[in-house]
Design a binder for this molecule. Structure first.
Ligand SMILES: NC(=O)c1ccc[n+]([C@@H]2O[C@H](COP(=O)([O-])OP(=O)(O)OC[C@H]3O[C@@H](n4cnc5c(N)ncnc54)[C@H](OP(=O)(O)O)[C@@H]3O)[C@@H](O)[C@H]2O)c1
Length: 283
């Protein structure tokens, strides 16, 4: 498995399996089981996805040794705050049937995420989690968090795909030693990603699929990817990206697809902040 090394020396697979929008317990369990059989070792879930229990069952069923796995889950907005974060962490561990986590992320930069971060620093010091990080943090929010705390986040998981490449944030993250992780590498198929002419041409050049080209492009930029698919043939296809390389011309033509805008939500929109404050999940 190809890995990156986080700022605390922990090794993280450069490709993993994402599990957003798979709320059905049986489908989640079977998909994660298939992903582990196909060779994925990083599983990305979240309290907010409501499938941690299914992930736990799939891990047990797979028989893969714990030390081979890299399990990420995330703290939802309603549980930001020191006490609430500690409780949410133990609930997630219990659901996943694990005694430690590989990576715990603050899902969104809303609510009392400073209190949450201090709880996570303690969990890290106690060895209950191997690395702690954030998600959806803009560079200014991340700099503020770094400036007022002891531990520099190991990872920032942000929307990153050919139409939203996060070039400035990527450079900032590199400078701070924070690993860039992409969510929605395929933009969930929006903007006709799978039919994009540039991507289709590059895919044909290499006898690969558009999905494989996108994942190769991201990993060549040393960005960790967590594509999601509930289809066995696609999850196998998506991990098969290490037997070809994109040329610098191909990389540059994909750079030209950047719009610099989100295809999902603007984190600085007050309506989004309001929505996050009211978004409750049952734990
Ligand atoms: N931190 C955050 O706020 C955040 C937000 C969003 C996502 N995430 C994480 O990032 C992961 C990935 O993002 P995502 O699930 O939103 O979207 P994504 O991975 O960009 O796209 C998933 C979509 O692409 C399809 N697909 C997958 N492989 C394909 C292939 N080889 N060919 C054609 N279509 C394919 C899937 O359909 P099928 O399933 O039908 O194959 C699904 O509709 C999530 O699962 C989650 O773990 C995090």
């Amino acid at each position: 498995m190809h890995t990156v090394t986080l700022n605390n020396g922990v090794k993280m697979p450069i490709i993993g399996f994402g599990l957003y929008q798979v709320p059905d317990a049986e489908e989640s369990e079977n998909t994660v089981y298939e992903a582990l059989k196909a060779g994925y070792r990083l599983i990305d879930t979240a309290a907010g996805y409501q499938n941690e229990e299914a992930v736990g069952r799939a891990i047990k069923r797979s028989g893969v040794a714990r030390e081979e796995l890299f399990i990420t889950t995330k703290l939802w907005v309603q549980d930001a705050g020191y006490e609430k974060a500690k409780l949410a962490f133990s609930k997630s561990l219990e659901k996943l049937q694990l005694d430690y986590l590989d990576l715990y992320l603050i899902h969104m930069p809303f609510g009392d995420y400073y209190g949450a971060w201090r709880a996570m620093e303690e969990l890290y010091d106690e060895g209950k989690v191997k690395a702690i990080g954030v998600s959806n943090f803009s560079s200014d929010r991340l700099m503020d968090l770094i400036g007022h705390n002891k531990i520099v986040p190991a990872v920032n998981q942000i929307e990153t795909h050919p139409f939203q490449q996060q070039l400035a944030d990527a450079a900032f993250l590199k400078g701070q030693g924070v690993q860039h992780q992409s969510w929605a590498p395929f933009a969930e198929g929006r903007n006709n990603l799978f039919g994009n002419e540039t991507l289709v041409t590059i895919a044909q050049n290499h006898n690969k699929s558009v999905a494989q080209v996108v994942l190769r492009w991201l990993t060549q930029r040393e960005i960790v990817v967590i594509p999601k698919s509930v289809r066995k043939e696609r999850l196998i296809e998506n991990i098969n990206i290490f037997d070809f390389e994109l040329s610098s011309e191909e990389m540059a033509s994909i750079t030209d697809l950047d719009t610099g805008n989100s295809l999902f939500f603007a984190l600085n929109d007050p309506e989004v902040a309001k929505m996050m404050a009211n978004w409750k999940v049952e734990l």
